[in-house]
Design a binder for this molecule. Structure first.
Ligand code: F6R
Length: 365
């Protein structure tokens, strides 16, 4: 039931504060993760994990891309990420003590399931899935399952499954980090950020009307670029995928530092450029990348931290977000991009919940 909402996608976007609470429930205390809640084998598996190989498709692959920044950057554990349809058909080198992590909303994606089955024949140390469907094949066939508690996701374009996956991946990052020198203070700080997340997301959702206004600039465009740096690059990837899927506007994402190596040639006044700009250590770099875009007549649409020094003006529209802890910034900055693509699709009159040519669960290759 869509309730008061016009589309399931919008309802599911708005459910995020609640389902993230559900995903955290029982898994964190005031200042620690509660690892016993991850499953009977969790301790043993995490103890022996020396590297992580993530396998997923689509939006779930993007959450894996975010996780790579967290697992390497915070836990200090080597982490590779690959789309399942590639992983299953190439020869790769199996590193000792690697934990395979599949990520999937449905738990039935054919390529991801085949990749898991293949990995199990190749001597990986253990397998874990981050999944939203308890009775699914991925859950049944993995040693460990960390369930996202997003509830049923009806909209074909994934929203709440993605952000709950990111929450689960933060929990995994903490679990691996603790075995690799992550201090109790740092754990407490990270857990505190997670506790703040539902409230922060509720506040971000109040930007809906300004984002709806912003969406008007996209409805008659044929292309768009999404830019981010560092952990925000996969957030931009996910933003571009959402816009493609439901509004049928061609959208690409780039790590902003790559612009001058090619895509800058695409920029003109017909190319809207969306950027996610929290106040992190790459902000100044991102700013100079965006100046290059503006100098070529590209129109900028920036979701920026209050203190980032961006302001709306000629050729630039800025929507400001309150400062947020760096750990949860990828989750927070995903929300405005979901809303943007939603409103563009509504303006264009597409079938938001059931975009052409796509299926909710891709159970064939
Ligand atoms: C995009 C989307 C798809 C899925 C992909 C994997 O909005 O929904 O890209 O993310 O088909 O599906 P799951 O997560 O069920 O394995």
């Amino acid at each position: 039931d869509k309730g008061q909402y016009r589309h399931y996608m919008l309802k599911e976007i708005y459910e995020q504060p609640e389902v993230i609470k559900d995903t955290l429930r029982g898994r964190i205390s005031k200042d620690k993760i509660l690892e016993q809640a991850f499953g009977a084998q969790a301790k043993e598996i995490f103890d022996k994990t020396k590297a992580v190989q993530i396998i997923a498709c689509g939006t779930s692959y993007h959450s894996g891309m975010v996780a790579k920044y967290l697992i390497e950057g915070i836990a200090g554990v080597p982490c590779r990420v690959e789309v399942a349809s590639e992983f299953r058909y190439r020869k790769f080198v199996v590193q000792d003590d690697t934990l395979i992590v599949t990520i999937s909303q449905s738990g039935e994606t054919a390529d991801t399931l085949a990749a898991l089955r293949l990995a199990k024949t190749l001597g990986y140390a253990a397998t874990m899935t981050i999944c939203n469907v308890a009775q699914s094949s991925l859950v049944r066939e993995s040693d460990l399952a960390l369930m996202t508690e997003a509830g049923p996701e009806v909209g074909v374009a994934s929203t709440k499954a993605f952000t709950t996956q990111l929450v689960a991946l933060v929990l995994l990052t903490i679990a691996l980090g603790k075995r690799n020198g992550l201090s109790a203070e740092k754990e407490a700080e990270m857990v505190s950020s997670l506790h703040q997340l539902p409230q922060i997301l509720s506040e971000v959702l109040t930007l809906d009307q300004s984002i709806e206004k912003m969406s008007e600039a996209f409805a008659d465009k044929h292309n768009a670029l999404f830019l981010g740096r560092g952990v925000q690059w996969p957030v931009a990837m996910e933003g571009a995928l959402k816009l493609k899927e439901i509004s049928y506007i061609h959208a690409e994402s780039y790590p902003a530092g790559e612009l001058k190596h090619g895509p800058l040639a695409l920029v003109d006044s017909e190319m809207p450029i969306v950027a996610v700009a929290p106040n992190d250590e790459l902000l100044e770099k991102l700013k100079s990348n965006l100046e290059e875009v503006q100098a070529r007549g590209g129109e900028l649409f920036v979701f920026a931290d209050n203190n980032s020094g961006f302001s709306s003006g000629d050729g630039i529209t800025v929507i400001k977000l309150a400062p947020v802890p760096e750990l949860i910034a990828p989750i927070v900055y995903t929300i405005p991009l979901q809303l943007l693509s939603y409103h563009v699709a509504v303006l264009k009159g597409t079938d938001v919940d059931q975009p052409r040519n796509l299926a909710k669960s891709v159970t064939v290759e």
